[in-house]
Design a protein around this ligand. Structure first.
Ligand code: ZN
Length: 128
């Protein structure tokens, strides 16, 4: 059975593949940068004293970037979980605001999309 021409099995597979990929990426980022107890980080900071300031700056930048990347993964993973839940309850593929079909092309590009293009644009403009 299909809803609005959206193949839910395909959508689910897409979402699950995307989830896998994000988890793998996230684990890759965090295993490179996180230090469970914080010790490594402090030692690193001391040892960077002899380095060029530019190197230190870029290292700090890299670390901050990693953190925001990790946050981005978590947000996206949560979106994917919600999209999977919407597949279960039958509301997947519908805009949450106007309840019109989101559209197959958009769902293909962004399987966890929750709004149609129009509403997405409106939300992005109003939340800035
Ligand atoms: Zn809409």
């Amino acid at each position: 059975m299909t809803t609005n021409g959206t193949d839910l099995d395909t959508a689910r597979q897409r979402l699950e593949a995307e989830r896998e990929r994000l988890i793998r990426l996230r684990d890759g980022v965090s295993s490179e940068t996180t230090d469970e107890n914080g010790d490594t980080m402090e030692q690193q900071e001391l040892s960077t004293m002899d380095q060029h300031p530019a190197d230190v700056a870029s290292e700090v930048f890299e670390r901050e970037k990693d953190e925001s990347i990790l946050q981005g993964f978590d947000i996206e993973l949560a979106e994917i979980e919600e999209a999977l839940a919407r597949i279960e309850d039958g509301s997947y593929g519908q805009c949450e605001r106007c309840h019109k079909p989101i559209g197959e092309a958009r769902l293909e590009a962004m399987p966890h999309a929750r709004y149609c293009v129009d509403d997405q644009g409106r939300i992005e403009r109003s939340s800035v």
